[in-house]
Design a protein around this ligand. Structure first.
Ligand SMILES: [Ca+2]
Ligand SMILES: [Ca+2]
Ligand SMILES: [Ca+2]
Length: 351
């Protein structure tokens, strides 16, 4: 078969290429193949079994729906389509958590690398749920005992490590860093598609529009650790306004939420009358604040957890994923200075 015939054959494959299903987000992306190198990753070809995997970090719980990579099929491949593809997910300790075999796939001819055609390959319709963490992922074509398949590798390293390789065939029975095998630092060129399903959102910034900020920084809001933002009262700006107000901003990767859980841990100085504490979320659709909790401010550190299930997506800014909460404390009728402390202010956003 001439090169021309081969290219004609593979260009027909492009008709099978489907654009991504709408609504899929990109969870991890190392972009296009830079044509630096390619490593055996294949099953039932001239090589019975080899894998190359690379790390991806998910800050939130995710559902993986698709995986895309580049595969160079050696020049004796003869135009036969791989019979399927395998997809694998390992923990960062190289324990296999997901292994899917003989999946259907899409394939698109891209170009040639060292005289052999290479393809963009993709599986989608996956439903792989993973908690937050670092994982190794890989995809590989499955052949019919012929030719060989090499996964496209980039010189730009993402994640925490280079790619890892394992193959009894090549005398590498344990997962081994690619730098130890080929003397070059390489990553796989790959893209992971899916959705964020559970996002633990920490405060990125805060303001104190009313009251006097005495101490603490934004990271003190991240967890219940008795490290606080402290604020004391200041003269009322207007009778209807609280004496102390704090606004907190964060960002979520979840675009459509089924539930938002707001957690704050606060205390107010121990007065005869506790100030009223009001917790509100900003509604980006109505452009107004919505009170989600109201109570006398507790005199000792107390956790308030509010679950919002009534159209929670309105509390996420459509373009940016911003979230805003506001805490108000109203005049307790005190004659002496008083204040509040905030140990924690976080959101959990679930898809
Ligand atoms: Ca990597
Ligand atoms: Ca505490
Ligand atoms: Ca804290």
């Amino acid at each position: 078969m001439t090169l021309r015939q081969r290219l004609l054959t593979v260009s027909a494959f492009a008709l099978l290429w489907n654009p991504l299903a709408a609504g899929q987000g990109i969870l991890w992306d190392s972009g296009e193949w830079d044509l630096r190198a390619a490593t055996s990753s294949e099953r039932n070809t001239e090589v019975d079994d080899s894998w190359v995997v690379d790390d991806a970090i998910f800050e939130a719980g995710v559902i993986i729906t698709g995986y895309r990579w580049f595969s160079r099929l050696r020049d004796n491949w003869g135009g036969a389509r791989p019979v399927g593809v395998d997809f694998i997910v390992l923990t960062d300790a190289f324990e296999k958590t997901v292994e899917l075999r003989d999946l259907p796939y899409d394939i698109e001819f891209v170009g040639e690398f060292r005289g052999s055609p290479y393809f963009r390959m993709e599986v989608h319709g996956l439903d792989v749920a993973l908690p937050p963490g670092r994982y190794y992922l890989g995809g590989r074509p499955v052949g019919e005992g012929l030719y060989q398949a090499f996964t496209g590798m980039n010189a730009t390293i993402l994640g925490q490590t280079v790619a890892y390789f394992r193959s009894e065939f090549f005398g590498v029975p344990e997962w081994t860093g690619i730098d130890n095998l080929v003397g070059a630092r390489l990553d796989i060129a790959f893209t992971v598609f899916g959705h964020v399903v559970r996002d633990e959102v920490e405060a990125e910034s805060f303001t104190v529009p009313l009251g006097r900020h005495l101490g603490g920084e934004v990271s003190d809001l991240h967890q219940s650790d008795d490290r606080y933002i402290t604020i004391r009262d200041r003269a009322l700006a207007a009778v209807t306004l609280p004496m102390i107000r704090m606004e907190v901003q964060g960002t979520t990767a979840v675009e459509t939420a089924s539930r938002i859980t707001v957690t704050v841990e606060t205390a107010a100085s121990n007065l005869p009358n506790q100030p009223l504490q009001r917790l509100a979320l900003f509604d980006y659709i109505a452009e107004s604040w919505v009170t989600i909790d109201e109570r006398p401010a507790p005199p000792v550190d107390t956790v308030v957890e509010v679950i919002v299930e009534d159209a929670p997506t309105r509390f996420i800014a459509p373009a940016t994923g911003q979230l805003k909460m506001r805490l108000d404390w109203f005049d307790p009728g005190a004659t002496t200075p008083w204040g509040v402390r905030i140990d924690r202010a976080t959101w959990t956003v679930e898809r």
